[in-house]
Design a binder for this molecule. Structure first.
Ligand code: ADP
Ligand code: NG1
Length: 458
């Protein structure tokens, strides 16, 4: 279907020096030429943190930084992966025997997630082998979605190598599912914006069914990304999955207390839909049902009327089996209030009142406070960076992405941008030589970029 491949473009490599350079490295590595190039962008989430896996809409935009793959399909079923960054070691495997290692999530496992996703979705019994050279410019483990860009880029390259095409929405949904092979139980925000992004506009991403709507950002302000330089790998730690489990358990307890079929209710949004209540009313239900003290696993099992063995086997992920206490009140309160803030943010962007920038900034600040105090996914460095950004003129500043490290996103009036960048550099990055060295790629204003693409040499 012609409509399935709007992500393919023919280009003159000479006009794309980066692709030309990648081609040269590919030739020297594999002694043959790439047949196509796949590109997938990272993203910055403006508002709506840790709510995609609860079913709620989020508001990200793609960034310029990306993952780029030079690829050549092979007639033998072997995958050879190489990376321009020598810390990511070469890897080869049989295309019919994909094993994804969750306990040690080395880089090639993310590629294999995308490969396996396409193999299974398209029922490829004999998938094409591939030579691939990968280059990335998204700082890893920094909340700008480097992992998903790699999964999506690998998925797109695999699709192309096998002569298939799929609608972008389908690709986004299948890549969201396939990233879970690495063990993280994420929502679909990163993979959705990766495929559905369009240059010049942020997107409201809604799930079930997946839909992306343009959100026009106010003209008088810039969005600035600042990296705290604290890295946090989602798959190598259990922080992220513990939060997903807390939301899942909160869902079950809320559903049970309201007489719903709790086994068939999996996300906090399902509870709202089934009860036909507004987000504000859901916040009142949270106050009524939960106590603020952490819940022990025994209390949760007792409440649901199931054994601990059953609870662990049927509800908890592999890497949260040993967790014994869960904060349900705080997590549910964050989710319902953050979901409401996303809708308010979108409304302000659409209606564009005179004080839009201030109102949006307020929402971003509320979002950070909620991530820090209720969701506990911030860290001292992120909080310090947010404070510095606000001190030097940002109207709103918050952590972006999973948190526990990584980046902040700040909204800065255009006329203050230059001074803001200089002051934040001085106040945060000049603290240590290490951070100063990283500063160039760690503090920058960003504009909404385009989505994933395949490039063919013209
Ligand atoms: P993020 O928040 O950026 O998605 P994660 O911790 O979930 O961070 O994933 C980061 C992992 O993705 C890295 O440890 C690495 O395995 C992989 N990755 C990111 N960028 C690249 C790259 N350029 N080349 C190879 N692997 C990469
Ligand atoms: P990042 O920032 O890429 O670690 C993760 C999840 C998102 C979302 C955010 C928090 C994955 C692949 N990504 O993003 O789905 O839940 O955290 O809002 O799991």
């Amino acid at each position: 279907m012609a409509g399935d491949v709007p992500y393919t473009a023919s280009i003159q490599l000479l006009e794309e020096p980066r692709l030309l350079k990648l081609k040269k490295t590919f030739v020297s590595k594999f002694k043959s030429t790439p047949k196509f190039y796949a590109r997938a962008p990272g993203r910055v989430n403006l508002i709506g943190e840790h709510i995609d896996y609860c079913g709620y809409a989020v508001l990200p935009m793609a960034i310029e930084q990306d993952i780029l793959i030079a690829a050549e399909p092979l007639s033998i079923p072997v995958i050879h992966l190489a990376n321009t960054n020598s810390s990511y070691l070469d890897f080869s495997t049989n295309a019919n025997d994909i094993e994804i290692n969750r306990t040690k999530p080395l880089w090639h496992n993310y590629f294999l997630c995308g490969f396996k996703g396409i193999k299974e979705h398209c029922s490829l019994d004999c998938p094409s082998g591939m030579n691939c050279l990968i280059e990335g410019t998204i700082p890893p483990s920094s909340g700008l979605s480097s992992s998903s860009a790699l999964v999506c880029c690998a998925g797109l390259a695999t699709l192309m190598a096998n002569g298939k095409s799929l609608p972008k929405v389908e690709l986004a949904e299948l890549c969201s599912k396939s990233e879970r092979y690495i063990g993280t139980e994420g929502g679909g925000m990163d993979q959705s914006i990766c495929f559905l992004a369009e240059k010049g506009t942020a997107k409201l991403i809604e799930f079930n069914p997946l839909k992306a709507t343009d959100v026009r950002l106010p003209e008088g302000a810039a969005f600035v990304i600042a990296n705290s330089c604290v890295a946090m790998n989602k798959a190598a730690t259990s922080h992220f999955n513990i939060r997903v489990m807390e939301c899942r358990l909160a869902t079950k307890l809320l559903a049970k207390s309201k007489g719903l079929d709790w086994k068939a209710t999996t996300k906090l949004q399902d509870v709202q839909v089934k009860l036909k209540l507004s987000l504000e009313e859901m916040l009142a239900v949270v106050e009524e049902v939960f106590h603020p003290e952490p819940y022990s696993i025994e209390e949760i099992g007792g409440n649901l009327g199931i054994s601990l063995k059953e609870l662990r086997a049927e509800i908890l992920s592999q890497n949260t089996q040993d967790v014994t206490t869960f904060k349900l009140y705080q997590r549910a309160k964050h989710v319902y209030s953050e979901a409401a803030r996303v809708l308010q943010f979108k409304k302000i962007c659409t209606e564009a009142p005179d004080d839009a920038v201030q109102l949006l900034g307020d929402l971003m600040n509320q979002s950070h406070a909620s991530c820090k105090d209720l969701y506990e996914c911030s860290c001292p460095e992120l909080n310090q960076l947010v404070d510095i950004c606000l001190q030097f003129g940002a109207v709103g500043s918050r952590l972006t992405g999973a948190g526990w490290g990584g980046c902040t996103v700040s909204m800065v009036p255009m006329d203050k941008l230059e001074k803001f960048l200089a002051n934040v550099k001085e106040a945060y990055y000049k603290n240590s030589d290490h951070m100063l060295a990283l500063e160039e790629n760690s503090l920058f204003a960003t504009n909404p970029g385009g989505g994933a693409m395949i490039f063919l040499e013209a």
